[in-house]
Every structure is written in C-alpha cells, then in structure tokens.
Design a binder for this molecule. Sequence first.
Ligand code: GRF
Length: 230
Amino acid sequence: MREPKRVAVLASGGGTNLQALIDHFNPAPAPAARVELVVASRAGIGALARAERSGIPGVVLEGQDALAGRMLAEMERHRIDLVVLAGWLQLVPPEVVERWHGRMLNIHPALLPAFGGKGMYGMRVHRAVIESGVRVTGATVHRVSDRYDEGRIVAQWPVPVLHGDTPERLAARVLAVEHRILPLAVEALARAGDPPPEVLGPLSFDLLEAPAPPSESIRVTLAHDAEPSS
Ligand code: GRF
C-alpha cells in the first residue's frame, strides 16, 4: 500500500483551512496524504493550537531573516512531500518554491486571476469584490510560483455575491467553500503520481449546486480529473 504523502501546512492565522485538511486526512484509515507539520509565521496563532490539539508538530518561523534555510531544514527534517499555504501571508522563499515545484498549493478567497496579488488578502479581497460590483466570486486553489497568486490554477468553486452582502458575510460563505475545495485539491495532487503532472485538474464545481454539492458527486469528478495525463 502506498504511504500517505507527508503534508506541511503553512499558516499565519486562525487555521480553519488547516483544520479542514486535518479532518479530511488525518483520521482516515488509509489516506492519500496526512498533515505532518504546521509552519506558523508567528507564535500564538490559532493554527498552532489546532496542530497541537491534533498531535501534529508545529514550528514558528518568524521574520524574513534566513527564512529559506530555516524552512528548508524543517521541511526536510519532517520528510515533507507536499506543501499547502493555508492563509500564509508572506512570499515563500524561491528556494522553497523550487524544491517543491509542482507540489505546493495555495488557497485564495476569490476567483483568480481577479482580486489577487500583493496586498490582496483577508477582508481586503472581499471588500474589493463587493466594491467592484461583480456578481460572482469564489475560492481558487493554485500551484505556488515565486509571485503572489500567479501559479497555475488547479481548482475553483464559485460563490454568488448577494444583494446587501457585507465583506464579513461574503467571507464566511467563501470560507465554507474553501474548506471543501482545499482538501479535494490536495487529495488530487497526492494521488496524481510522482512527479505530479504539470496540469492537474482543473477541478471546478457548479454554481447552481452552491454552497456545496453532495460529496459523492465531487468525488466522481475528482477521480476522473485526477487521472495522471500520461
Ligand atoms: C482564508 O480565507 C484563506 O483563503 C486566506 O486566508 C484565510 C485563512 O483562514 N488566504 P484560516 O486561517 O484558514 O482560517
């Protein structure tokens, strides 16, 4: 039986996406992947407490000073196969992106390439979405490159912008979708073979089924889309 892929999750905040990954993978009897390390950008954040509650090692890597070396050392020590940025607010050092090329994913709370890039995070994204007047936003999972929010898109799930939405209400609906789409995208990557193909997915989900289609129907799409292309 194939060993589960060892996942490091990088987080800067409350860690609800981390929790979705832990819940999806860690208790499963034979998961495709398992969260084995949490890297936090500062001490005391919710993501670290969640790691601790689940018995997953957590490490704080504060500041930019020698970040690449420290991050590489931790991830190599834990024999990490896949890296997931789940609310990680800094640019990942190029050495780390290079080392996990094609095996690093980020979740963004909008439909990229719209509403992404430097400074577009958290409530700023949802405020910009509402101010722009678009009627649809959503969540995007994409491969990480050395530029903010620009790697190849793996999965997207649309969320309608409702009349009278506040950034907070919209954020909550998008976050619920993030919690569904992220584990599915990580699972697709974990099952995609080694090295993973350049093009993964795209996994996309039907707006008409929002907020969440039954998981069985997602799995069918996923199994089909995750087939290695060769
Ligand atoms: C999510 O909206 C994620 O997309 C964004 O930051 C938020 C993190 O939430 N990058 P959490 O820390 O996973 O709860």
